[in-house]
Design a protein around this ligand. Structure first.
Ligand code: ADP
Length: 399
C-alpha cells in the first residue's frame, strides 16, 4: 500500500488535480496521475491522465444546478481516485494552491479553522482568485473531515524581498492596511530557484531573473535563490503584458475610465483582467501561438508590445539586483516559443547576452554561447511538485 498526496489547483471555472506518491529519502515525489474538471458551472468536463501521460478518463459530467460547482468537481475527483487507486494507494493528505497569503503566511501552512478564517479575510485582497481555492478546501473538508490539508501560497516566495521592494509610495496608513506589493507565481519561482544549482552550479546563488511567461506573466529577480523584486504587485494585474491582463498601467487611466468615461468598478475590472493584454491589443486572441501564426498587423503589434514590456521590466529588475548573471525562461511561452525568447534576448543584448540560435531552437536548456557573459536558460516549471513536497514537509510524512 502506497501513501499518496492529492494536489489541487482551483480556479474560477476549473479544478486541476495531481496525485503524488510519497517516496523515501531525498528522492523526488513521483506523479501517479493528474487531470482536471473544466467548465465548472457551465458544461463540466472531466479528464484524467496516468503517470505516463496517457488519457485514463474523458467524460462529460451532468450540468450542475447546485450553487457550488467546486463541490461537484471535488466529488468527481475523489470518486475517480477511489475507483482507480483503491487497494494500492491510500490518500494521506492534500495540498492546495492558494493565491494570497498576505503578510501573514510566508510559508505553507496546515489548514485548521483559525487558518481558514485568515484565508477568508485575505479574499478581499484577491476577490477573483482566492475564493475558488477556499471552496475546494471546504468541499474536501466536508467529504473527508479527517484528511490533513495544507495551503501553499503564490505570494509566499516573495516575502524575502527587502521592505523597499514591497512598498508603494502611498500614505503609511494604507500600507499598514495591507496595500503593498505582494507578487505572485511564487510556487513556480520556488521550483525554478530549487533547480538552479543543477543548471548554474556556483552561479545559482548569483543575480538571476526568472521570466514566467504564460497566460499570466511575471518576472522575478533573485539573489541567493531568494526573491528580491518582482513585476506583479498588489494584484496579478501589474507588470508584463499578459493574455488578457493589461500589465503596468498609469493609475490615472483607471480614474479617467471611472470619472470621464463613466465605467463602473465592475466594468473596469472586467476590462483590465479579461479584455486587455494580447487580446485587447490584437483584437484577435489572448493566445500567443495564434498571434504568431497571424499576418494581421494588430497581432504583430500585440507581440511587439509584449516583447517591449518584457525587455523594459527585465532592465528594471537588473537595476534592482545591481547586475545579472543568468536569465531563465519558463511557463507556456517561455518554455515553447523560440521566437519570443529570441526577440527578448536580442533587445537585451546590452546586458551581455550572446545567443546560441541552434540551442534556442531546440529549447535549451542553455540557449547562450559558451562565452556569453550572461547565460540564458529554458527550464520547465512544476508548481504541483512544489505543493506535494511542501505537504510532505509540513506534515512530516514519511514512507
Ligand atoms: P497559464 O498561465 O494558463 O498556466 P501557460 O503557462 O500554459 O498558461 O501558457 C499559455 C501560453 O503559452 C499561451 O499564450 C500559448 O499560446 C503559449 N504557448 C504554448 N505553447 C506555445 C508554443 N509552442 N509557441 C508559442 N507559444 C506557446
Amino acid at each position: 500500500m502506497h501513501d499518496v498526496i492529492l494536489v489541487l489547483d482551483s480556479g474560477s471555472s476549473s479544478l486541476k488535480f495531481a496525485v503524488y506518491e510519497i517516496t523515501s529519502g531525498a528522492a523526488p515525489l513521483s506523479r501517479l496521475a493528474h487531470g482536471q474538471v473544466e467548465g465548472l458551472g457551465t458544461h463540466p468536463h472531466f479528464t484524467a491522465f496516468d503517470a505516463e501521460g496517457h488519457e485514463a478518463d474523458n467524460s462529460l459530467l451532468p450540468a450542475n444546478s447546485s450553487a457550488n460547482p467546486h463541490e461537484q468537481a471535488m466529488g468527481t475527483v475523489l470518486a475517480w481516485l477511489q475507483a482507480h487507486r483503491d487497494g494500492t494507494h491510500r490518500l494521506v493528505a492534500a495540498g492546495h494552491r492558494v493565491v494570497h497569503g498576505g503578510r501573514v503566511f510566508a510559508s505553507p501552512v496546515r489548514i485548521n479553522s483559525e487558518v481558514l478564517l485568515k484565508l477568508d479575510a485575505l479574499s478581499s485582497l484577491a476577490p477573483l482568485h482566492q475564493p475558488p481555492a477556499l471552496r475546494a478546501i471546504r468541499a474536501l473538508q466536508a467529504r473527508l473531515p479527517e484528511l490533513p490539508q495544507v495551503a501553499c501560497f503564490d505570494t509566499a516566495f516573495h516575502r524575502t524581498q527587502p521592505e523597499v521592494a514591497q512598498a508603494y509610495a502611498l500614505p503609511r496608513s494604507l500600507s499598514d492596511q495591507g496595500i503593498r506589493r505582494y507578487g505572485f507565481h511564487g510556487l513556480s519561482y520556488q521550483y525554478i530557484s530549487q533547480t538552479l544549482p543543477q543548471f548554474l552550479g556556483d552561479k545559482a546563488g548569483g543575480k538571476v531573473v526568472v521570466a514566467h511567461l504564460g497566460n499570466g506573466a511575471s518576472m522575478c529577480g533573485m539573489k541567493g535563490q531568494r526573491s528580491m523584486a518582482t513585476t506583479m504587485g498588489f494584484t496579478a494585474l501589474d507588470g508584463l503584458v499578459m493574455g488578457t491582463r493589461c500589465g503596468n498601467l498609469d493609475p490615472g487611466v483607471v480614474l479617467h475610465l471611472i470619472e470621464q468615461k463613466g465605467l463602473s468598478p465592475a466594468e473596469v475590472s472586467d476590462l483590465l483582467y479579461k479584455r486587455s493584454g494580447l487580446l485587447g491589443v490584437s483584437g484577435l486572441s489572448s493566445d500567443l501561438r495564434e498571434l504568431l501564426d497571424s499576418d494581421a498587423p494588430t497581432a504583430q503589434e500585440a507581440i511587439e508590445l509584449f516583447v517591449y514590456r518584457a525587455v523594459r521590466e527585465l532592465g528594471s529588475l537588473v537595476a534592482a539586483l545591481g547586475g545579472l548573471d543568468a536569465l531563465v525562461f519558463t511557463a507556456g511561452i517561455g518554455e515553447h516559443s523560440t521566437e519570443i525568447r529570441q526577440r527578448i534576448c536580442e533587445q537585451s543584448q546590452w546586458l551581455g547576452i550572446e545567443m546560441d540560435q541552434q540551442a534556442n531552437a531546440q529549447h535549451g536548456p542553455r540557449i547562450t554561447a559558451a562565452d556569453s557573459p550572461v547565460s540564458v536558460w529554458v527550464i520547465p516549471t512544476n508548481e504541483e511538485s512544489v505543493i506535494a513536497e511542501a505537504v510532505q514537509q509540513v506534515l512530516v510524512l514519511q514512507r
